[in-house]
Ligand binder design. Sequence first.
Ligand SMILES: [Zn+2]
Length: 289
Amino acid sequence: MIIYFPCVTTFVQKVSASVALCSALVGCGGSSGTRPAAPEEPPAVASLSPARLPPTMAPGPGGLTPVFERGPATADKTVALTFDADMTADQGPRAASGERFDNPALIDTLRRLKVDATVFMTGRWAEEYPDQARAIGNDPRFEVANHSYSHHAFKAPCYGLPALGRQGMAADVRRAFDAFRTVGVRNVVPYFRFPGGCYDDDALRALAAAKVTAVQWDVVGGDAFATDADAVAEQVLTGVRPGSLVVLHCTRSAAPVTEQAIRRVVPELRERGYRFVKVSELMAAARGT
Ligand SMILES: [Zn+2]
């Protein structure tokens, strides 16, 4: 499978100050099988969304955190759009000076177009934008998943992101869930996306205690630092297959054309017969539940 790293190209052309932000947004590969899980006790985070118990995948050999990459290619043409709400732990001063890591217009467009979606939110983002985090989490159209607290790397190197020690990994994930709880975010699901998508077995082992299912993707939206909305839309439209999981971003400053691209992607995929679902629905389909 070819995975594109448009942000890397952009980074080469940009000043070094972009490293962390670029890193925050770039996607990278990783693979692991998905395997259906038997119904199990809800993870601790399910207490944040008591109305339902989201499906999860069974741990891998030796208790490794499971990794989910896409749903089954069924005749029911589903696709999950996911949006990473990135903010790195040290980006507070930049937010204070006016840089916007949020993208309220994108969320409004998803609502207007009636698109269900999953937002992978960093704990730091939820703290910076508590009203938006709450509004997203209280909207049944969305579910909120964990994108770490700090947006530091769980495997180094990872596009220049500061690396977390193995001992700090599960704690960083829990800290994000704690931030969601403190802010009042509902519809939280026990899914976790590695910053930059970078992970290895050590990271999967370190996260076992957090009882999350890691979620990667099979389609890179390519919206990081993109300036051409049509190019982003084309990349998504070319990549999507039934059951696809698309990674995009909800961070205005570093993914400024995502909302515009979505306005084209959504009607065209619907024209092709696709239905937009949350990751939890793809996962339920993979489990056959
Ligand atoms: Zn990210």
